[in-house]
Design a protein around this ligand. Structure first.
Ligand SMILES: Cc1cc2nc3c(=O)[nH]c(=O)nc-3n(C[C@H](O)[C@H](O)[C@H](O)COP(=O)(O)OP(=O)(O)OC[C@H]3O[C@@H](n4cnc5c(N)ncnc54)[C@H](O)[C@@H]3O)c2cc1C
Length: 513
């Protein structure tokens, strides 16, 4: 790899991974982000005088990160301090109904048997095997393949062919498939919730998404310093290899000449020339023409593309009492289907939302925090209509009441104040992630085709690449990170092949690019 000049638009995890890999290979990398810090969705906010993670909180697929940073000669263990959790999450339906899911399958099976009966415990073991099989079937031929199609996937699953493909259940909804393993609706709710990890409804997603349960089963890690530290670390590592970061600068246009990306224009009027550009924002922004005509034409999104979930979040320093909170906690509503109908069909927030609560100062031992104020991050699902139909103040207030009431019903009282709480609604996420309406995971994974319709790293405009949660292999920190690696590798491969073809092209007197 030579000294290609690469501009990366966005310092989300996808952009940061690409920056690290390309700067390690000797490219002259400039990363531009309109915000004042790296991380994108992996952001932190200040509430009650403390910094709190206000984006992703669940760190999974440690092995994938090890592989990714190894490409840049980095040992993940030297760069980040990670501690595994033995309890993945604590779930509650009421003050009397609580269930922990453990990193150890036997422990979880025992807990599930005690909670819902031995048949459900056995169902859980069969479910784990199925989720593992789906993950293993898809890992190489789909997740890690730059631009998989149905045909390449069928070829990739090798000898198993179509029967192998059917094993991943693309044509059954996740909710229906969960019925093969669980009779208890609470367990269907618990495992169906994994669809929301990529912003989708378990009632509309293919059963294939059960693989997310396997990913979490493989390990959930706490990051010393919080998730935002992952972004800071990647930025530091890239910087140490020569990457330059321009914060507080918006890219207004991806420039092109002769059918090729040639750089970017900034809102300040400055232009940065480049041999290649990687766009790490949501592809919806390109489709909406926010980065100019050439990049608008460079991608095509399916007309049927449906936005994924947005959220309302409360990042706060507050006092919690009455419930043995651990790091990750979930409080379930009593009408799961109604929740997704409200969001995806009516486009309004749920009447009674399911609530996720991260207690950032705790590990998997509820006693890890003494009494007093602590950092809490609370999230409910919401429709991604922050641009066309923003939530009103009274809708947000009603959601807040429902959210905190549900937690109280489960025994948890949170004493929080407006001064020590930062609320972000879909319209806020839409401002942070333009042209998304606040969708946090790109396109929803509804129906069997959606996963094949995500754009890949290469675009129709030569020299313009895509990375991030809205492109293949999809949303979530590990997948967006992998997309950054795929974008960097595609870019390097294209540069190498251009270099190889250059002498012949010159001899033939034709254009090289
Ligand atoms: C509240 C929340 C909770 C989540 N929970 C989890 C979780 O627990 N575990 C998990 O794995 N995932 C989780 N996710 C999803 C995960 O955070 C994302 O999939 C991932 O971080 C997306 O990374 P990305 O590479 O797409 O970049 P993004 O984070 O989307 O960042 C893109 C960056 O591009 C910048 N940008 C865009 N356009 C321009 C422009 N024109 N000029 C300059 N800069 C621009 C933006 O400012 C932004 O910084 C969560 C997300 C949210 C929001």
């Amino acid at each position: 790899m030579g000294s290609e000049r690469v501009v990366i638009v966005g310092a989300g995890i996808g952009g940061l991974v690409a920056a690290l890999i390309l700067s390690a290979k000797g490219c002259a990398v400039t990363v531009v982000d309109k915000e004042n810090a790296p991380g994108g969705k992996m952001r932190e906010v200040a509430a009650g005088g403390r910094r709190i993670d206000a984006g992703p909180t669940v760190f999974t697929m440690r092995g994938l990160f090890e592989e990714i940073v190894a490409d840049a000669g980095v040992d993940l263990g030297d760069a980040l301090s990670l501690k595994p959790l033995s309890i993945l999450a604590r779930h509650a339906w009421s003050a009397e109904e609580r269930l922990d899911l453990f990193a150890d399958i036997d422990e979880s099976a025992e807990a599930i048997s005690a909670f819902a009966g031995p048949e459900e415990g056995r169902g859980y073991r069969r479910f784990c095997e199925r989720a593992k099989r789906i993950f293993e079937t898809l890992d190489e031929p789909f997740i890690r393949t730059p631009r998989p199609s149905v045909e390449s996937l069928v070829r990739g699953v090798g000898l198993f062919g179509l029967p192998g493909l059917m094993q991943i259940s693309p044509f059954t909804t996740m909710w229906r498939a969960l019925g093969d393993y669980f009779k208890d609706p609470r367990l269907k709710q618990l495992f169906g919730r994994y669809a929301t990890y990529c912003g989708s409804s378990p009632f509309s997603s293919p059963a294939t998404l059960m693989l997310i349960a396997h990913v979490e089963q493989e390990g959930v890690w706490m990051v010393d310093g919080g998730m935002h530290e992952v972004a800071e670390t990647f930025a530091r590592l890239a910087e140490a290899r020569g990457a330059r970061f321009l914060y507080g600068e918006t890219v207004t246009e991806i420039l092109s000449a002769g059918g090729r990306a040639t750089g970017v224009a900034l809102a300040s009027g400055e232009r940065l020339e480049a041999d290649a550009v990687i766009f790490n924002g949501d592809v919806a922004a390109l489709a909406a023409g926010l980065a100019g005509e050439a990049s608008r034409r460079a991608i095509s999104l399916p007309a049927s593309a449906e936005r994924s979930l947005s959220a309302i979040t409360w990042a706060m320093t507050a006092e919690a009492a009455g419930f043995p909170l651990i790091r990750h906690n979930v409080f379930f509503s009593n009408d799961y289907e109604g929740e997704f109908d409200r969001i995806f069909k009516a486009g309004r927030p749920p009447n009674v939302p399911t609530v996720y609560l991260c207690a950032q100062d705790r590990d998997d031992n509820a006693a890890s925090v003494a009494t007093g104020p602590e950092r809490l991050f609370c999230l409910i699902n919401a429709p991604a209509r922050g641009d066309s139909a923003p939530l009103t103040d009274s809708e947000i207030a009603a959601c807040e009441t429902q959210t905190f009431q549900l937690m109280e019903k489960c025994g948890l009282t949170i004493k929080h104040s407006a001064e020590a709480t930062v609320i972000t609604a879909p319209q806020g996420f839409n401002r942070l992630f333009p042209a998304t309406g606040g969708a946090l995971y790109g396109q929803a994974s509804h129906g069997w085709k959606a996963s094949f319709e995500r754009p890949g790293a290469r675009t129709k405009l030569k020299g313009l690449y895509l990375a991030g949660g809205s492109v293949h292999p999809g949303a979530g920190v590990p997948m967006a990170a992998l997309s950054g690696k795929i974008a960097a590798t595609s870019l390097m491969d294209d540069c190498a092949s251009t270099r190889r073809s250059r002498p012949a092209a010159i001899a033939g007197g034709t254009s090289m690019r």
